[in-house]
Design a protein around this ligand. Structure first.
Ligand code: CP3
Length: 341
């Protein structure tokens, strides 16, 4: 039994005294204790060493007492496990030296046995659960197949992912083959994570907003729906798409327990688009954590009032930015924990 189950109760839509709170990318660069480990170990060493991954996962919890932890890892461990080389270059980000650009490139891409290739993630879950001592739930995550394809084809981060979109529009058959392989791997991966002990899973569609609503259905949503269908009876699923307000209705009807909202969509509009009955998560502008703490607290209270305290998980509208002052992150978390109607 989880002692603080506020997050899980909000995902079920139960009435709560205050909403639960966590922050996307909460284990990260704004924390000095994270930076200390980053200096000693490269990125994938941190991901692949269960002692380190579990330690990094609990760092923000010790400091701020969020209502949920998210396992430290990365969405790009999936292409790595599928035999696509991924490097994390300091001050550059992800770099894939052999991007997928043709049917021929696809031949080497495998759907792996996740217990072998991603066993280190499952071990990190076991160790994190021990460290959390059932105080709060642990979230596992994966990137959406479309967002993973973006990196596999582009070979690196991008503002517009033109190569990835071009690949889909000129070689749709190859694109769908790659998307299905990613989907099959992701489903096996998330199921293994649930078995290993995560209490909920989140799918990050960080680049869904690059697609038109019609292309979104074809190249992204179809595959996220497969993931939701496969996981929803095993654990609560949260679907988050950045820039995907146009898909909020489908997301709400998908069988997911909650839908993430970014800061470009008002709480009122998000409730309207999702029919008012599903748990929503979000949507504080990550850059607003640069405001002075009293203003952050005022804005958080307003955000909760607009979403309503029930069927709601307080969070940012996307990942926390680097260089956010520690006391500003604290103001965000505390404002939610102190919320009273
Ligand atoms: O939320 C958490 O605290 C858990 C950890 C987490 C990381 N990546 C650790 C990380 C999660 C949930 C992710 C997801 C992720 N990774 C996404 C989807 C969420 C989002 O923000 O849109 C994406 C697109 C990636 C791919 C990725 N990983 C990029 C583009 C980068 C480089 C840019 C950056 O954010 O620094 C990474 C590296 C990365 N993943 C870091 C961390 C803490 C920073 C690099 C480092 O620590 O060396």
């Amino acid at each position: 039994m989880i002692k603080n189950d506020l997050f899980l109760r909000a995902l079920k839509g139960e009435t709560v005294d205050r909403p639960p709170v966590w922050m996307m990318r909460q284990a990260g660069r704004y924390l000095p204790e994270f930076m200390a480990l980053k200096e000693k170990y490269d990125f994938f060493t941190r991901c692949q060493t269960p002692e380190l991954a579990s330690e990094i996962t609990v760092q923000p919890i010790r400091r701020y007492g969020m209502d949920a932890a998210i396992l430290f890892s990365d969405i790009l461990v999936i292409p790595q496990a599928m035999n696509i080389e991924v490097e994390m270059k300091p001050n550059f980000g992800p770099y894939l030296p052999n991007p997928i650009r043709s049917t021929k490139d696809l031949e080497k891409v495998v759907v792996p046995d996740v217990k072998d290739s991603l066993g280190y993630v499952l071990a990190a879950i076991t160790q994190t659960k021990e460290k959390l001592e059932d105080e709060i739930p642990l979230i596992g995550f994966a990137g959406s197949p479309w967002t993973i394809l973006c990196y596999c084809v582009e070979g690196q981060g991008s503002k517009s992912f033109d190569k990835a979109r071009g690949f889909c529009f000129t070689q749709p058959k190859a694109a769908h083959e790659l998307l299905q392989k990613i989907t099959d791997t992701t489903i096996a991966y998330l199921k293994a994570k649930v078995k290993a002990g995560v209490n909920a899973v989140q799918v990050f569609d960080s680049w869904g907003g690059m697609l038109s609503p019609q292309d979104y259905q074809e190249f992204s949503w179809k595959y996220i729906q497969q993931i939701v269908d496969a996981l929803k009876d095993e654990a609560p699923v949260i679907v988050f798409g950045k820039g995907c307000w146009f898909a909020l209705r489908e997301m709400a009807q998908s069988g997911a327990s909650a839908v993430g909202v970014d800061w470009t969509c008002s709480p009122k509009n998000a409730r309207y688009l999702t029919g008012g009955n599903i748990t929503l998560q979000g949507n504080f502008d990550p850059a607003r954590l640069l405001s002075p703490p009293p203003e952050i607290k005022r804005m958080v209270n307003q955000m909760i009032r607009e979403f309503g305290k029930d069927k709601y998980v307080a969070n940012l509208g996307h990942g926390i930015l680097p260089h956010i002052p520690l006391e500003n992150a604290k103001a965000f978390i505390d404002a939610v924990k102190e919320y009273k109607e």
